[in-house]
Each structure stands twice: as structure tokens, then as C-alpha cells.
Design a protein around this ligand. Sequence first.
Ligand code: SAM
Length: 227
Amino acid sequence: MTLPENAVLERETIFDRFAAAYDAWYESPIGRIAFPQEVDALRPLLQELPRPWLEVGVGTGRFAVELGIRFGVDPSIPALAYARERGILSVAARGESLPFGTAAFGAVVMVVTLCFVEDPLAIVRDAVRVLRSDGGLILGLVLAESPWGIHYRTLAEQGHRYYRLAHFFTHPEIEAVLAAAGLEIIRERSALFQTPVDQLANEPAREGAVDHAGFRGILARNRRGVR
Ligand SMILES: C[S@@+](CC[C@H](N)C(=O)[O-])C[C@H]1O[C@@H](n2cnc3c(N)ncnc32)[C@H](O)[C@@H]1O
């Protein structure tokens, strides 16, 4: 993803500087309603995969705790302090170079992380390396073409502190990254069916790829099956 050099440097430190503010979103009026729906989109995808599970870009550990993920990595030490406090066994590392052996995990999870990295394919490739042959990669994404993606991109143009540093992927772009790493999408779930400017209501996530959903969970597995 191409950003000016100063913005790349800023993105490197944004989650250090705003770890507390980022974490506080989950307790905000919108976060309290949206977060359980996002978890509901991801949980059934994870349930079919063998443990142990790893979250790459674990941040402050909110998803890891809710999803029962024991291990996490993130380059942001301030964010990791929250994750550790929440009981996640986490280490400071980048997804491009995970400090784990080959085939160590049954699931690797990344929630709104790929949109903040320079080289998403490098991260997906290293996730594939640490995955068992019967394991799977799970992504939680705000797709660029969804009403929420459009809303966030508008905020980015207005200088929003996180979103202007993000690249929101379209579904074909994500499919291409996964395919380049040898993965294919085998299951999707959708959540957040109201637009971001509506009063959010509690709604369960749905199976499948719902175009107007604000949040998408994707399960991808090795195209060749057993390696
Ligand atoms: C938007 S936050 C998401 C955090 C968490 N998954 C959540 O949803 O609350 C993106 C996270 O990706 C992390 N990150 C940035 N670059 C990364 C990289 N190269 N490898 C792994 N994580 C990275 C950031 O430090 C940040 O914690």
C-alpha cells in the first residue's frame, strides 16, 4: 500500500500513541453494540479449527479475549500491555516475521490489521507458514465497497487519525492476496447491517457474504488441502 514516507512513519507509531483511545472505542456507545456483532461474525469460523490459535495484530486483546484466542503478537508495546493484562500470552513481533516454528497453530486470526500494514502478502505468507495443514486463516475486515468502508474512507479524506493511514481492501483485492499465498476462501460471515450513521441495533451476524454488511469474517484454507 502506497503512503507518503511521513505517513508510513506515523502509521508505525499510531497504535503506540493512541492505544488507550483505541481500546476505549470498545466501551463507547457504538463499540458496545458493534463489537459483539463482529465477534459473532468470527466465532463460528474459528470453532471449526484446531487449537492453538494465534491473533496477529492482537492490539489491546479485545477480540482475542472474546474469541478464546490464547496467543497474540503485535509490534505495539503499549497495546500489548493491555492484551497481557487481559491474559493473552503475547509477544512484540511483526506479522511479516513471526517468532514461531512452522505449522505451530491451527488458526491465525487478523482483525482489521491487514489494512494497516505495508505488505499484506508478506504477513499472509508468514501466517501460512505457521499454520498446520488442517488449519485456517481468519480475517475480520471492513471492506472498501461496504457502506462502512465508504464512510471510513470519507473520514480518511477528512484527516481521521487512523483511517487516513489505512487501506481498506475490496473483496477482489483480498481474494487476490489470499490466492497469492496459496489460500482460498471457503466460508464467509457478515455483520453490521445498518449504515454507520444509523442508530445501531443489536443484530446477529449472518452466514455468507452480505454486500451491504459493514464487517466481514473470512475463513481461508490452503488450496491444496493437506500440505
Ligand atoms: C486496527 S488495530 C486492530 C487491533 C485488534 N486486532 C483489534 O481489532 O482490536 C491494528 C493492529 O495491527 C498492528 N500492526 C501494525 N503493523 C503490524 C504488523 N506489521 N504486524 C502485525 N501487527 C501489526 C497494530 O499495532 C495494531 O495493534
